[in-house]
Design a protein around this ligand. Sequence first.
Ligand code: SAM
Ligand code: SF4
Length: 325
Amino acid sequence: MIDIYNRKIDYIRISVTDRCNLRCIYCMPESGISFFSHEMLLTYEEITQLCELFVKTGISKVKITGGEPLVRKDLNKLIKSIKDIDGINNITLTTNGILLEEQLDDLIKSGLDAVNISIDTLREDRYREITRVGEVHKVIRGIYKALKYKNLKVKLNYVPIKGKNEDEIIDIINLTKHKDLSVRFIELMPIGLGKDMAGYSDEEIISIIENKIGKMTPYKGKLGNGPSNYFSLDGYKGKIGFISAVSHKFCENCNRVRLTSDGFLKKCLQYEYGCDLKSMLRSGKSNDEILKIIEETIYNKPKNHHFNKENEKNSETKAMFQIGG
Ligand code: SAM
Ligand code: SF4
């Protein structure tokens, strides 16, 4: 549907859990986290029921995220029931990739169209430093397995952090030289623990790449559902994308809403505005009543975020792993 600011909203990010098998330093504290109980999470049946309503508002693209979505049991079954809904034409997953190798065959059979794999370093010791507990060779095996599926679009997400991993920007790009694999550099956002670290703007990364490899050419084709700005590099098969929500706001082209794992439909990443769909489902509201609320929520999306403004009213207090990125 078209919202109050004339934007077409056709994409939803659905978080299926706030739990994770990693503890990335910019996303999740090492301990002391209070997770949702199993009863607080939407069931797969509830998520599917909501997706049937989202389709009626014009949503056709779904991203499954978390926490780490692959730690939730039988995720492939949810992927299948969403993909089977008439009107859903694209279902994708964002994962840290640790469990990808073992689950990929089932995910593909269920209809997964694309996977974004987050990997902020290729070095084992540094991966352990950034994720506190992970082993990067498992992610790399997942990436190579994903690349064997010709119809699966594969992208890597890389968050450059000052003083941590900027010296690997070229190494990660080199993975795209001979493979149909895109890399997206995500600007660190001031959410949760990310507030205390410094990230990189796309200009800074472009200058690192152009100094080492050569001129980047803006890519005009469409890749994916989101706000990435893509570039090509001569001699490289994959594309290089940038998601810079802070230094280059893309709110005027925003096409998305978010559903948290406890069933809250969020209008915008930065604000806590939205509606509690789980309570509606569990108090026996009819599909028509829920659809009306969903439409009102989407229609009234805020015009833009104000990440740069201190003490912005109604700012989201949840961390990224509780929202889904
Ligand atoms: N666990 C999965 C993963 O890591 O891909 C999915 C959820 S994670 C919250 C989704 C994405 O958000 C990841 O690519 C992660 O790097 C990114 N992310 C988390 N916190 C962030 C922050 N403060 N700023 C920018 N990106 C962040
Ligand atoms: Fe887990 Fe993803 Fe957050 Fe890392 S970024 S802690 S993998 S949810």
